[in-house]
Design a protein around this ligand. Structure first.
Ligand SMILES: Cc1cc2nc3c(=O)[nH]c(=O)nc-3n(C[C@H](O)[C@H](O)[C@H](O)COP(=O)(O)OP(=O)(O)OC[C@H]3O[C@@H](n4cnc5c(N)ncnc54)[C@H](O)[C@@H]3O)c2cc1C
Length: 298
């Protein structure tokens, strides 16, 4: 294990060791992060990355951990959480948010201000950085619809600004951001009627509540939507609702979700993912692609 004393000295209570993934991922499962950092400024984030690079320590950045599965063997090196970088600035027809701000706050504030285009993404439980990195979306809207530009650190720790047109992206992907740390994102909107936008928001939140197993830990849809179909429909048609491995279960409420029904290990969840994928392939010929990101050894 590297000597982390410099990190502890710099970050104090915002540097933890051996913190289980249950505390920083929405699956509430998986092993421990060797070192877990919560920088309070972009400069601290830059410093932490530079420290890792200089010592050859592996590292990664996470927002709310709502699209990842962490291996039971844990995460070596440094895991950086952006949650303390959460400023949101709404001016005129634009909104700028730091990477650690809650995505749902962007959806809510823009709707309240009569700024249209992201209201249907309400309820996505990630951060702004995670939403941009994943091009998260729902109900026909996605993050990149209203994205204007992104500020980021590049691999050498330099701050750069990328315009949307320069970021290669697509459905639930933004490979134009590979190797970058998103610091903040700027969104521009069409004018809309706040009452209508807030009504759309309420409908979307109610639909999530009605259809998704929000009372169990999960990381949302396990698989990407295959062309002209839904992963959940295929999984349901294959008779897999309720299938269990250990504490992991294909949600009986929404077949696209695997939930931690109690005491699931990451190995349980991963084994269930593999079983679902194999069964759907066998029964329908469709090879489902993982939307969630596996971190660590599986
Ligand atoms: C109940 C539930 C419902 C969901 N519904 C939806 C939905 O409707 N639509 C949808 O698209 N997703 C949905 N998700 C999945 C998830 O919320 C989104 O993918 C979200 O955008 C992930 O954000 P995060 O901050 O949690 O990212 P994390 O899970 O923390 O990270 C995801 C990826 O983004 C990278 N990343 C995070 N922050 C940064 C940064 N600042 N710079 C660079 N890279 C970064 C990480 O390294 C990782 O590769 C749902 C999840 C749950 C639990």
């Amino acid at each position: 294990m590297p000597d982390y004393s410099a990190l502890k000295e710099k970050f104090g209570p915002h540097c933890l060791f051996g913190e289980p993934a249950a505390s920083f991922t929405t699956y509430r499962a998986g092993g421990a992060a060797e070192a877990l950092l919560r920088p309070g400024t972009p400069e601290e984030l830059r410093w932490a990355c530079a420290w890792c690079r200089a010592g050859g320590t592996p590292w990664r950045v996470l927002g709310r951990g709502s699209n990842v599965l962490v291996s039971d063997r844990g995460l070596p090196g440094v895991t950086i959480l952006t949650g303390r970088l959460a400023a949101v600035d709404l001016k005129g027809g634009a909104l700028e948010a730091q990477a650690g701000a809650a995505w749902d706050e962007v959806a809510r504030l823009s709707a309240e201000a009569g700024l249209a285009g992201l209201e249907k993404t309400s309820g996505i439980p990630g951060s702004v950085g995670g939403a941009v990195r994943m091009n998260a979306g729902a109900f026909g809207q996605e993050t990149f619809d209203r994205l204007a530009s992104v500020r980021a650190f590049d691999g050498a720790g330099r701050e750069i600004t990328l315009l949307k047109k320069d970021i290669v992206h697509g459905y639930r992907r933004a490979e134009g951001l590979d190797g970058l740390i998103v610091l903040s994102a700027r969104f521009e909107f069409q004018p809309g009627d706040p009452a209508m936008l807030l009504q759309d928001r309420s409908c979307v939140l109610a639909s999530r509540e009605a259809k998704q197993p929000l009372d169990y830990p999960s990381a949302g849809s396990v698989f990407k939507r295959p062309q002209n179909d839904y992963a959940s429909r295929l999984i349901d048609a294959a008779g897999l609702k309720g299938l269990r491995v250990g504490g992991a279960e294909v949600s009986p409420k929404h077949a696209g979700f695997i939930v931690n029904a109690g005491g699931a290990t990451a190995a349980d969840i991963y084994a269930l993912i593999c079983r679902v994928r194999a069964a759907v392939k066998e029964k329908t010929g469709v090879d489902l692609q993982l939307e969630q990101i596996l971190l660590g050894d599986f």
